[in-house]
Design a protein around this ligand. Structure first.
Ligand code: UPG
Ligand code: MN
Length: 755
């Protein structure tokens, strides 16, 4: 009886967080925004050009603020009950899990990083015969393959070591960083084992290091021979079973290496393409009902994470409603005070859990547990029941074999495995690691005329394939949950300089805007699908990122414009001046408090603020232009891979850490121009010159000068760059181009007055 009660208890609970202070401050901010707009409308009579532009920008900011507020309003996260799960299902009943790791470039993504991710997965606290680890290598690199083969040998001792001593962090490079670990276990054998393991790991890394230094010809013999004729963009499928699990008593999961076929003329759809190949190959080989996907740099930091995620996915309610369980992204080796604003700590705390309190958190591309049947296009069960009553509903379950082939492609084996999944037949961990059938589904023409990338699997068409794929699930009516146990589940690396950070944000904003302008636009999702209204607002907030660059750039140029033309855009009566002033103060103070509450320093807050402005006006603006070019069919979007580095421990004290570096990239052009325009304006004002261009309107005041100075403060790294040397200096060509643009702007200021 007691047992019965226990087993009917929910496996997880949703915890609602109260951010009352945030709510009050956010509402107050909104009120002030409305007041400002009301002021603009009421003072319409003495309008001028700058006030009109200000009104348009502020309207945009207000709309954005409403979506931000709605997202943040009801934050939540989950609490999982492992004990209840283990009472309900025995070890042998636990479901199988296919784990996917993607890597694409052995230089930008050093194999030792991928190896650590894989090692940490192999050592998960979960029955090894239920796990299979698939590594997709889009770089088709001998080095990556070699590293994995060596890692598999090391894993034979690493996995038992972790389990014996219940090691928390199961990625050796992080584990051995911390000497204190050597002394935190009383077992007499431990110290000895620890030292031995450390030595073995060092041997492994030096082997990989050596192989990277000199491409040893003997590497291309034996099992490496297949790589001898390959180029990264032109090669047949290579699939190798590096280690096969031998059954229940074997402590090592399957390890499978996949480099899908690539041909120069065939689109490969970047990461989404790789994920779909992983889905199919694993479907054939192990066909687990759940899949975990990780970027190559995301190692497991909580070895029980699979059980936590299963609490959500196997819960009686979760089972029917939740498509995926997303764990947060956290990063190690952060640059001091988050100088490049890419640690994303405060943002997920408010926005991420905000999403989680609505229809669900967005899919972030990594650290996510998926339900395979949802990937195959299944709708939530209640939908299916409704559909059974009605007519003409095509869901995977009711398709004929021919239709299933049209949808999933012509591999008989795969279609059979997909049918099993869609019908909920849980066949035991599997059958054959049949390489021939697997090669077929990894070939580049397999998807031709199928639903892959459209209705099935990871969706194509955006470099933010993650958000797009998650949005599709939400539009179908699925929910998702944020799974954030303590200690944090996964840790990864974030860009170590502003170049990486800015390129990354450009890719995200491009991909997100692509979604907004596509048929998957969240607005359609609410109108014609099952996307809930407030979830839609949140998706609008996130997919609009690149568009935000336009009003931000206009607003940043406004104070300079006013100083140059001796006009004003801020209210110039003392009484109404308090509206923008209070708005500025309240916004900044509440944002600062949110950062401090997330355990961050004031410096970090400022760096995040500053980088927020720089990223929006530079990366996102370029993202916006990229989308325009794409829609005009002049050029296509690309997936630039973020560089991953292992930072030597002395690096954090490096005096240049946090400094901006520059190159010829266009990404620095908007910022440099905006800065030069401000400088021209401020010098005009400071030296008491007559305004460059006279207008009839009221002159500018302290407000405009303050705003201009504020923009310069945000662009301080660029200001330093104007005078910096080498990579720390903005290239002369960029400065010249920006100067031309800045002078053009000053000239244009004149024409607006003349009209
Ligand atoms: O053609 C490609 C390109 C990329 N990748 C892999 O995709 C992952 C993510 O790439 P990365 O350069 O690390 O991008 P990030 O900006 O760090 O990634 C974030 O943003 C991406 C979407 O833009 C998501 O796919 C990621 O999961 C998310 O962590 C890495 O494992 C790559 O190896 C491929 O497998 N094939
Ligand atoms: Mn990454």
């Amino acid at each position: 009886m007691v047992m019965e009660n226990k087993t009917s208890l929910p496996l997880y609970e949703k915890i609602w967080v109260k951010h009352t202070f945030s709510r009050v401050m956010d509402s107050f901010t909104l009120l002030l925004l409305f007041l400002l707009l009301a002021y603009r409308v009421s003072s319409y009579n003495n309008h001028n050009f700058s006030c009109f532009v200000a009104f348009l920008c502020e309207s945009w900011f207000t709309i954005t603020w409403i979506t931000t507020m709605s997202t943040k309003w009801t934050p939540a996260h989950t609490k999982t009950f492992l004990d209840r799960l283990l009472l309900r299902v025995s070890d042998s009943e636990l479901p199988a899990l296919d784990m996917f790791v993607t890597t694409a470039d052995p230089v930008l993504e050093p194999p030792i990083i991928t190896v650590n991710t894989v090692l940490s997965l192999l050592a998960l606290d979960y029955p090894a015969n239920k796990l299979a680890c698939y590594v997709s290598d889009d770089g088709c690199s001998t080095l990556t393959f070699y590293a994995l083969v060596e890692a598999a040998k090391f894993a034979e001792i690493w996995v038992p070591f972790c389990k014996k001593y219940n090691v928390q962090c199961r990625a050796p490079f992080r584990y051995f960083c911390d000497e204190a670990m050597a002394n935190n276990n009383d077992l007499p054998q431990f110290k000895h084992d620890w030292l031995k393991m450390k030595e073995e790991y060092e041997q492994l890394s030096s082997k990989i290091e050596n192989a990277a230094q000199k491409s040893i010809p003997c590497q291309l013999m034996g099992e490496f021979a297949v790589f001898s004729q390959t180029q990264a963009r032109n090669h047949p499928t290579i699939i190798r079973v590096i280690r096969e699990n031998k059954g229940i008593s074997d402590v090592m999961p399957h390890i499978i290496y996949i480099s899908r076929e690539k041909r120069p003329k065939q689109p490969h759809h970047h990461k989404a393409g790789a994920m779909n190949v992983l889905t199919r190959v694993s479907g054939l080989m192990t066909n687990a009902p759940f899949m975990l996907n990780l970027d190559c740099d995301m190692y497991v930091n909580n070895s029980k994470i699979v059980l936590h995620a299963l609490c959500i996915l196997l819960d009686s309610k979760g089972e029917k409603e939740v498509a995926f369980a997303q764990c947060p992204q956290r990063f190690y080796d952060a640059v001091k005070d988050d100088a490049y604003g890419n640690q994303l700590v405060a943002l997920p705390m408010y926005i991420g859990s905000g999403f989680a309190g609505l229809q669900g958190i967005i899919y972030a591309g990594t650290n996510c547990f998926h339900r395979r049947k949802v990937m195959y296009g299944l709708s939530p069960p209640n939908e299916i029941q409704n559909a059974k009553k009605g007519q003409g509903f095509t869901n995977g379950t009711f398709l004929s074999e021919k239709e299933t082939m049209q949808k999933f492609g012509t591999s008989k084996g795969f279609v059979e495995s997909a049918t099993h999944i869609l019908e909920g037949i849980t066949s035991d961990l599997h059958k054959s690691l049949d390489l021939e059938a697997a090669s077929k589904v990894a070939s580049c023409d397999y998807e031709y005329n199928t639903a892959w990338g459209k209705q099935v699997g990871w969706l194509y068409g955006s470099t933010s394939e993650d958000v797009l794929t998650g949005l599709k699930f939400h539009t179908k009516g699925w929910r998702s949950e944020l799974c954030s146990p303590d200690p944090i589940a996964f840790m990864g690396c974030s860009p170590q300089d502003n170049l990486g950070q800015m390129a990354q944000h450009k890719r995200w904003s491009t991909g997100l805007l692509d979604i907004f302008l596509s048929k998957h636009c969240p607005i359609f999702g609410t109108l014609f699908g099952k996307l809930q209204f407030r979830e839609c607002l949140s998706y609008i907030w996130i997919t609009n990122w690149a568009l935000r660059s336009i009003p931000e750039i206009c607003y940043a140029l406004l104070p300079a414009y006013c100083i140059i033309t001796n006009s004003s855009f801020l209210p110039n009566k003392e009484l109404s001046m308090w509206i923008p002033t209070t708005l500025f103060v309240i916004y900044n103070v509440s944002n600062l408090i949110e950062h401090v509450k997330s355990g961050l320093s004031i410096r970090t807050w400022w760096n995040n603020q500053r980088m927020g402005r720089i990223t929006t006006m530079n990366s996102c603006f370029l993202g916006f232009l990229t989308i325009i070019l794409k829609n005009l069919r002049i050029s296509d979007t690309n997936f630039e891979i973020t560089k991953k580095e292992q930072v030597p421990s002395n690096e954090s004290t490096n005096e240049n850490a946090g400094r901006f570096i520059f190159n010829e990239s266009l990404i620095f052009l908007p910022g440099t121009t905006i800065l030069l325009v401000q400088l021209i304006a401020i010098f005009t004002s400071w030296l008491g010159w007559k305004p460059l261009i006279k207008s009839g309107a009221d002159g500018y005041g302290a407000g405009e000068v303050f705003c201009s100075a504020y923009v310069v403060l945000c662009y301080l790294p660029f200001l330093k760059g104007l005078f910096g040397k080498g990579k720390y200096g903005i290239p002369l060509s960029t400065i010249c181009k920006s100067m031309v643009l800045a002078l053009l702007f000053v000239h244009l200021c004149g024409t607006t007055i003349a009209n």
